[in-house]
Structure formats: C-alpha cells, structure tokens
Design a protein around this ligand. Sequence first.
Ligand code: SAM
Ligand code: DTB
Ligand code: SF4
Length: 319
Amino acid sequence: MTQLRHDWRLDEVENLFSMPFNDLLFKSHTIHRDNFDPNYVQVSSLLNIKTGACPEDCSYCSQSSKYDTGLEREKLMEVDAVLKQAQEAKDKGATRFCMGAAWRNPTDKSLDKVIPMIQGVKAMGMETCVTLGMLSQQQAFALKEAGLDYYNHNIDTSEENYSNVITTRSFQDRLDTLESVQNADIHVCSGGILGLGEGQTDRASMLRSLANLAQHPDSVPLNLLVPIPGTPFEAIEPPTESEFVRTIAVARIMMPKSVVRLSAGRTEMGEAMQALCFFAGANSIFYGEQLLTTDNPDTDTDQMLFEKLGINRQPLNTH
Ligand code: SAM
Ligand code: DTB
Ligand code: SF4
C-alpha cells in the first residue's frame, strides 16, 4: 500500500529535485506503475465561458484587465452554446469538460447561470469541472449540489514567489478556496505554472504546499507558461526541459495517487519531451485545439502521438 504523506519538509523535496535525472525518473516511474496503468492518459477539454476583463493582475494572463493583450472581452456564454461545444468535445473523445471564467470570484447571480451548464454537461455523461476564481463556502456547497465533479483552482507558484506574480490576492486566499472546495466534497484540481521566474526551491515549495494540503488534490495540472504579448511575463526565461520533467517526476512521487496533468505549453513541446513527461508520471492532458485563449495541439496530432506511444485514452470513470 502506498502511504500518502502530508508532512513533507522543504529540504526533502529539494533533495528529490537534486537527484540524478535517471534515478529520479526511475523512482517516479516505479511509483507511477504501482498506482496507475502507465499506458492510460485521461483527456479533458476546456472552454472559456467568459473571456477577458478580469480584475486580477496575474502577470501571465491574457485575460487580466490590467494589461493590453489585444483580447476582446466577451460576456458569459449562453447555456446552449456551451452544451454544443461540450457535445463536440465528447464526440472527439473527451471524458471531462472544464469551463473557465475570467472572474476574481463568481457572484451568486453568475453562479446561477453556470449551474445549468454543469447540469447539462453531466447529463451528457461527461465529468464536469469549472474554474471560476475564489469561492465562498456556500458557493462551493451550491456547486456540489449542482453535481460538479472537479473545481480547478491553481496555487500557480510558491508562496514565496506569489507576490512577484499576483498582487490582487494572496496565496492564503487560494488555500481558503481549496479548503471550501474540499469541505464540499468536490474533487480538487490544483497545480501551477512553470516559467514564472521561479527557481528550483520555489518549485519544491509549490509542490510541498499541494502535497501538504489536508488531502492531495485529485488532479495536479502542471502548466508551462504560454507567454502572452502585453503581459509583464511576455519575455520571461522559460524553464529548461529537464527542469519541467523533474517537476512532473517530483509531483508524481509526492502525490502518488493524484492524476498529474501535462497542461498548457504542449504546442512548444516535441514528441520526445511529452513522452518523457508521461514516463515521469503525467497521466492526463487537455485535448482539443484551444486551451482557454491560446492554442493547444490539434486532436489529430495528439491521436498520432498516442498511437506512436501506445497510449490509450482513459475511459470514463475508471481512474
Ligand atoms: N480566473 C480563474 C482563476 O484564476 O482561478 C479561472 C481561470 S484561470 C485562466 C485558470 C488557470 O489558468 C490559472 O490559474 C493559471 O494557472 C492558468 N493559466 C492562465 N494563463 C496561463 C498562461 N498564459 N500559461 C499557462 N497557464 C496559464
Ligand atoms: C490549468 O491548470 N490550465 C488550464 C486550466 N487549468 C484552466 C488553463 C491554461 C490556460 C493557458 C492560457 C490560455 O489559454 O489562456
Ligand atoms: Fe483573472 Fe484567472 Fe487570468 Fe488571474 S488567471 S487574470 S484570475 S482569469
């Protein structure tokens, strides 16, 4: 039985990061095999249901009102249009549909408009996920009531690096929402972005914060920053490929039963890089031509990649 730990010390995590690459990958892959079928990857599709004009100042984001990124703001989509996109995602093979909104937090009125979207997607037989910003405890209960399966809320970076990236909310605000989501018994999806000016200690600290939550997030998205012209991070130095793979491997070791998602940034990754991420312990991706506002590999390319690697798509509801 794999023991789940919630008492990681920073120096222990840093020691994992410092292991020789082959030793680290052997260890993470062994843990991966002990807990999952290594040839299955779960696929989710994303839809931005409300675009732009977000009051937060996240230095990486195309949708912040603080930066001129050339993105047209759009109001909340109609339910029918969302369900049409969900059906298309299902037809292409997605098993989870994740709806994102450029909000600091939803108002109760706007939450009422998202609930029929969740119910409609669920009725199609897909898992549901939303990412709407900060939630109150009552709002988390309301989402549970509506049948929501997953709530995505990333901690993004280490607590120490947080104020270099976002000043309009605190790291603790993020943890508070995660607690409300866990209290409501909704699966938590929480991870971060690599390439926000952080160092290896920050990556270790970010993973430590995730693994030391009361429960490990069920899903841990690791994004490679998609640089957005007009944002403060448009030209920031990206992590190296081996640093990115190491982070996946350490996440797999620390959170052995969580599904680790190779998230944004795949358009910049070759076949071998993605294969290495799957070997290190990543076992889900975003599938479909669009992330929220930026491009993702097209589905034919991903199909071909899966065929070449002998990877199967995880069928619905069988982790
Ligand atoms: N507004 C909500 C929030 O921030 O929680 C939900 C939508 S927000 C766009 C969802 C997540 O997408 C962010 O937390 C961040 O981790 C990720 N993200 C946003 N822009 C990104 C970028 N340019 N590159 C990589 N990941 C990004
Ligand atoms: C996550 O960790 N990554 C997704 C999802 N959760 C919501 C979003 C990636 C966004 C990439 C930039 C964009 O398309 O705007
Ligand atoms: Fe707003 Fe979310 Fe973008 Fe931050 S990441 S600016 S909260 S949409």
